[in-house]
Design a protein around this ligand. Structure first.
Ligand code: AR6
Length: 176
């Protein structure tokens, strides 16, 4: 599914984010920037050791913040490490919105034209998929309506269920 926002595209895909060849991909990180399981684990395995080495120099960061590194042997050029909230810690939606917006701003700062996001916080961190879709998609839509050099924002969803949820939420948000 793809929608046009001011001549820029917001796209939903089902797949493995480490296979994406957008200018950058976003990692669902933790404050210590230690590449653990889920998306981070896949990035570590496929990208090689340099990404963790770069992360070690930038850690720690706060929930809602984002930093950028190279991408080792991945197809993409950069990895943006964004820290989403853990379910139950409070102000989860605001923090997830910040993590999303800070990733988009960082991509712009580096003049990147395309970015792929996973559904941040919905794995190990336990945040519900439908709420994640609402927060991340509305933040991305709002951002694309403003001044940005980004031409393509992709949400790369792992599995049928999350893809379906994001599709439903995006249809709702864009039919208003
Ligand atoms: N491509 C796209 N999406 C994926 C992939 C993949 N290769 N692998 C998993 N997902 P998670 P979090 C989905 O756990 O909840 C790590 O230990 C997954 O199904 O990666 O923010 C980090 O080091 C889920 O829907 O991120 C942190 O400590 C979504 O991506 C912590 O987990 C996010 O799952 C971050 O937890």
């Amino acid at each position: 599914m793809k929608v046009d926002v001011n001549g820029k595209s917001l796209e939903l895909l089902q797949g493995d984010i480490t296979e994406m060849d957008t200018d950058c991909i976003v990692n669902a990180a933790n404050e210590q920037l230690i590449l653990g399981a889920g998306v981070a684990g896949a990035i570590r395995k496929k990208g090689g050791p340099t990404i963790q080495e770069e992360c070690n120099k930038l850690a720690p960061i706060k929930v809602g913040e984002a930093v950028i590194t190279g991408a080792g042997s991945l197809k993409t050029k950069h990895v943006i490490h964004a820290v989403g909230p853990r379910m139950g810690e409070g102000q989860e939606e605001e923090k997830l919105r910040s993590a999303t917006l800070n990733s988009l701003r960082l991509a712009d700062k580096y003049n990147l034209k395309s970015i792929s996001f996973p559904a941040i916080s919905t794995g190990v961190f336990g945040f519900p998929m439908d709420r994640c879709a609402k927060v991340m998609l509305s933040a991305a839509l709002e951002y694309l309506k403003g001044p940005t050099g980004l031409e393509r924002v992709v949400f790369c969803l792992f599995g049928e269920e999350s893809f379906k949820t994001f599709k439903e939420v995006l249809s709702e948000l864009t039919s208003r």
